[in-house]
Design a protein around this ligand. Structure first.
Ligand code: GCB
Length: 599
């Protein structure tokens, strides 16, 4: 065999192996929702997991034991313990748990009428942070990472009656975890996203990637991955009925079919967020969902959407439902948050600082909002630790696996405000490489920092920029860095010929607090920051987008100032009660101006 051919084969195998074995579009599958009330036990000492010698106990709470005789000693009882809603973080469901970081056990009983030939998976939309799952007293596995989906196969393990699923969720922060100990957001714990049983035939479509090929507006490319005894050499069909497309491909020995066909589709864009019903089928299995098609690339300092330069009029968002309190998790939350972004005049949102729930990107697809999606590689990760890297890489892979068919997602971000060093550069380059291998179609970015060359010159020259497509940069001129008018005196030097997005700027204001514009925490001060920033940003030649910090006030343990912060970061343009602050209207009118200019 020629060396070249061998390399190509090796690469093909490597990329197939790198695909995270997640069930794509789990919500589009037949199954049983396990959302609703679950029994819960708070376990700060992990008594239900370790014995008194601190060894993993074979008789933990996952056994869901009941005393069989009055003499039996069982010191817990799920049935008689408090209930909590799933999806939902525990912090906002029980006052005692507002600041809690530790283990909570969840238990849900269910019946499962048997269906012949069906394979069964238990699917979690997300659980923060470490999750261990047990079905009927047997361990299924463990998952690490608070914001990405995962599943376990339970074929043949569910009974007709009386199943119990027990889940240990632990949100203790760890130095070697991703994120690490220090963040500026609330460490909401629990089964924060939906849980379901997903049913599929013996051989099924495990995953697929159907998007326009990089650089093309007429050629759909990607792959379909089958799983099961008949996965190899199997016909796979991709249909887009509205466009009269029905194309068939053949899987290889690994169950992987390469997909490629030419077509003319109406392209997805913020002005016209066209979605097509796409159906993928093979043998007895078929799955469908709505998918948009668009191209995204860069050319010099420009970002091109469908071949045309675009300016990203954005806003950063945390996954928090300000009015209800706690993590956002459903379609209504997504429509509220993204609806506010639309009202602001956005065509773009930065979903900070971790992958948000799936409804966010699905609703963004529908509303026509481009999305920046990122992994929680935030601030001071343990750059030298191979396990930390493997963990970050896995979370990145799961984020991409879930959302690679979302037209809205145009940018994958690998990090936020990480301090430049050789180990950090190596770590992040490794993530960029991994993201490109999994998804060659999207742009790669990171929210980096800038520094001063002299008192009036800001320089953007992070060496990571060399491997990124779009340079992200956070700056807080007017808040952490001098007064708002300092922005008037600054000029910007960007060393690479690439598009720049100012991924954060802003300042805190308590809604309804008024005063002179030089007085911190007032709406006037925040407004002044935005006014000076906008003038400054207009002077940066390579600026192609911005996502100021942030749409709404959000909870943060780093923000204790009484009567002003009360454990909220107040940089929102909208308060946690839904009040628009003055800066909201400043940004809104700037975005209207940009739209009129055709940006
Ligand atoms: C930042 C961080 C963001 C913080 C923000 C702030 O630079 O990226 O997570 O919340 O500043 O408010 O200080």
């Amino acid at each position: 065999m020629k060396v070249g051919v061998f390399c190509v084969l090796l690469l093909a195998c490597a990329s197939a192996r790198a695909q995270t074995p997640l069930i794509a579009n789990a919500g589009g599958r037949q199954g049983l929702s396990l959302d609703g009330r679950w029994q819960t036990i708070i376990d700060p000492y992990e008594n239900g997991f370790y014995d008194y010698r601190y060894q993993e106990s074979p008789n933990g709470y996952f056994k869901n034991a009941k005393p069989k005789t009055p003499a039996d000693l069982v010191e817990y009882d799920f049935d008689d313990s408090p209930q909590m809603y799933v999806p939902g973080d525990w912090n906002s469901q029980d006052e005692r748990l507002l600041f809690y970081e530790g283990t909570v056990w969840y238990e849900k009983s269910f019946d499962y009428p048997k269906r012949p030939g069906a394979r069964l998976f238990v699917h979690f939309g997300g659980a923060n942070y470490e999750t261990i799952v047990y079905l009927n007293g047997e361990k299924l596995g463990r998952h690490e990472g608070g914001f990405t989906p995962f599943d376990f196969e339970v074929t043949g393990r569910a009974r007709e009656r009386g199943n119990f699923l027990v889940v240990k969720v632990d949100n203790k922060r760890r130095r070697d975890a991703v994120p690490t100990l220090n963040t500026d957001w609330w460490n909401y714990g629990g089964l924060t996203r939906s849980v379901s049983l997903v049913e599929v035939p013996d051989t099924f479509v495990r995953d697929y990637f159907v998007q326009l090929k990089k650089g093309s507006r007429e050629e759909v490319g990607g792959w379909v991955k089958l799983d099961g005894p008949a996965a190899a050499n199997q016909a796979v069909t991709v249909e887009i009925p509205e466009a009269k497309i029905k194309e068939t491909f053949k899987t290889d020995a690994e169950g992987l079919a390469q997909v490629s066909f030419k077509t003319r589709l109406d392209l997805w864009s913020p002005e016209s967020p066209k979605l097509y019903r796409v159906r993928v089928s093979a043998g007895a299995d078929a799955v469908e969902e709505r998918i948009g098609f668009r191209s995204i690339e860069t050319k010099g300092q420009d970002i091109l959407l469908n071949g045309r330069p675009v300016f990203l009029r954005g806003i950063s968002i945390h996954e928090e439902s300000p009015l209800r309190g706690g993590r956002a998790f459903n379609d209504a939350d997504a429509r509220m948050l993204l609806g506010w972004a639309k009202e602001l005049g956005c065509n773009f949102v930065r979903l900070a600082h971790y992958p948000h729930n799936e409804q966010m990107t699905r609703v963004a697809d529908e509303l026509g909002l481009m999305v920046w999606s990122e992994v929680p590689v935030y601030w001071t990760i343990l750059w030298d630790n191979p396990e930390t890297f493997a963990n970050a890489k896995n979370q990145l892979g799961e984020m991409i696996a879930r959302d690679r068919n979302r037209a809205s997602v145009v940018l994958w971000s690998v990090a936020n405000e990480t301090p430049v060093s050789e180990p950090r550069n190596r770590f992040l380059r490794g993530l960029v490489e991994h993201a490109r291998a999994l998804d060659p179609t999207r742009l790669l970015t990171a929210a980096n920092e800038r520094h001063y060359a002299d008192p009036t010159t800001q320089v953007v020259d992070d060496p990571l920029g060399e491997v990124l497509d779009v340079l992200g940069c956070n700056e807080y001129v007017g808040w952490y860095d001098g007064p708002p008018e300092k922005a008037d005196r600054l000029s910007w030097k960007v060393t690479l010929e690439k598009p720049l997005v100012i991924s954060e700027f802003g300042g805190d204001a308590l809604a309804g607090r008024h005063g002179d514009k030089s007085e911190r925490w007032t709406e006037e001060y925040q407004r002044d920051i935005y006014e000076h920033q906008i003038k400054m940003l207009r002077r940066i030649p390579s600026l192609r987008g911005m996502s100021p910090w942030i749409l709404t006030d959000f909870r943060s343990p780093r923000r204790p100032l009484p009567r002003i912060q009360d454990f909220y970061n107040r940089k929102g343009l909208i308060s946690n009660r839904g009040e628009r602050k003055q800066a909201f209207y400043v940004l809104q009118s700037f975005y209207r101006e940009l739209s009129k200019e055709g940006k």
